[in-house]
Ligand binder design. Structure first.
Ligand code: ADP
Ligand code: MG
Length: 322
């Protein structure tokens, strides 16, 4: 088990990681989410042992990790870390880049390389020199490289940021399936909703260096404690309660996802259509409720300026008053 206990860190006297604690088990996939500058990359570097912390401790199976001030080469052997700017050897082939991390004593070296290239869908490029690959292809090679040694803990910083949508979904499915099958603990810093929602066992939400929530994707999605958390998952509506329920003078605000607001026939809350955005499986409708802009999903586009009625799920309202 990996355990971070009360860790704080600052590059200068200003702390950018503030008293963060969490635990993660073997084989888990933990997603760290948060706006840019919130401290995701810093947290990964602390865990890997690249940054010295004065306050707090990182443990692996109850063993205290020493950090860079006590090691000749920073970084733990049982971990692999893929930084945001992945480094590869440009003048050698894809196969050589990955093979460097597999012992030449290993009789199955060729087979292992083929298996890794399959995970990242790069078999056909095995003999291509890295300098001739696109950025997204390089990123895929760098993912294969860090899993080549079968680390016990894998730390990935925005691992799919350069990978096009055509293959991102398949790559994610293949990679996370592979990591589970090898029981590798994986911690991913990401701003991609799908990385976190569809695959993570647990999500850690960081804001200004503080861990403000940790929970399963389902629980965080269904019960976001703030607009900051909810807005990571979807377009989020912040509607004053008094706009929905005219009998109240409450100053509370309701947080609603677009799929929790429905169009109804001639009774409900009055709104005016502003725009319709085609989303493939549905339209996202922008509408005005008095002066509040709101977004909801509908199966057809609606005419600009049309007067409509909407209905909000009562459960969603009671759950989301903040
Ligand atoms: P994220 O990965 O969530 O975008 P970072 O961990 O990179 O956030 O950064 C957290 C904070 O630390 C930011 O305010 C950033 O400006 C600062 N920071 C990051 N790296 C350094 C550095 N090498 N020196 C000084 N400040 C840094
Ligand atoms: Mg970062």
């Amino acid at each position: 088990m990996l355990k971070a206990a009360n860790i704080s860190f600052g590059y200068t006297s200003k702390e950018v990681i503030k008293n963060i604690s969490f635990k993660a088990n073997k084989g888990d996939y933990i997603a760290i989410i948060g706006e840019s500058g919130s401290g995701k990359s810093t947290l990964l570097e602390i865990i890997y042992g690249l940054l010295h912390i004065e306050k707090g401790t990182v443990y692996w199976n109850d063993k205290k990790l020493l950090g860079p001030n006590f090691r000749l080469i920073p970084g733990e052997d049982f971990m692999k870390y893929l930084p945001q700017d992945f480094d590869l050897m440009p003048y050698t082939t894809v196969e050589e880049n990955i093979g460097k991390y597999i012992s030449s004593q290993d009789k199955n070296k060729k087979k292992r390389i083929r298996e890794l290239l399959k995970v990242v869908d790069m078999k056909e490029f095995s003999q291509t020199k890295v300098q001739n690959l696109s950025v997204g292809q390089k990123q895929r090679v760098s993912i294969a490289k860090v899993i080549a040694k079968e680390p016990q803990v894998l730390l990935l910083d925005e691992p799919f940021s350069h990978i096009d949508n055509f293959r991102k979904n398949k790559l994610r499915r293949d990679l996370f399936k592979y990591l589970k099958s090898k029981n590798i603990l994986c911690i991913v810093a990401t701003h991609d909703t799908t990385d976190a929602l569809s695959f993570a066992d647990k999500i850690l939400v960081i804001r200004n260096g503080k861990l403000i929530a940790k929970n399963t994707p389902e629980k965080l999605y269904k019960n976001p404690k703030s607009a900051y958390i909810a807005s990571f998952f979807d377009e989020i509506n912040k509607i004053p309660l008094s706009e929905i329920d005219t009998s109240t003078t409450s100053k509370y605000t309701v947080l609603l996802y677009p799929n929790e607001i429905k169009l109804t026939t001639n009774e409900g809350i009055k709104a005016t259509v502003v725009s319709s955005f085609f989303k493939g499986s549905h339209y996202l409708i922008e509408a005005l409720l008095n002066k509040t802009t709101l977004f909801f999903e509908h199966d057809a586009s609606l005419k600009k300026d049309a007067q409509i009625f909407i209905k909000i799920d009562a459960d969603a309202i009671s759950r989301n008053v903040v």
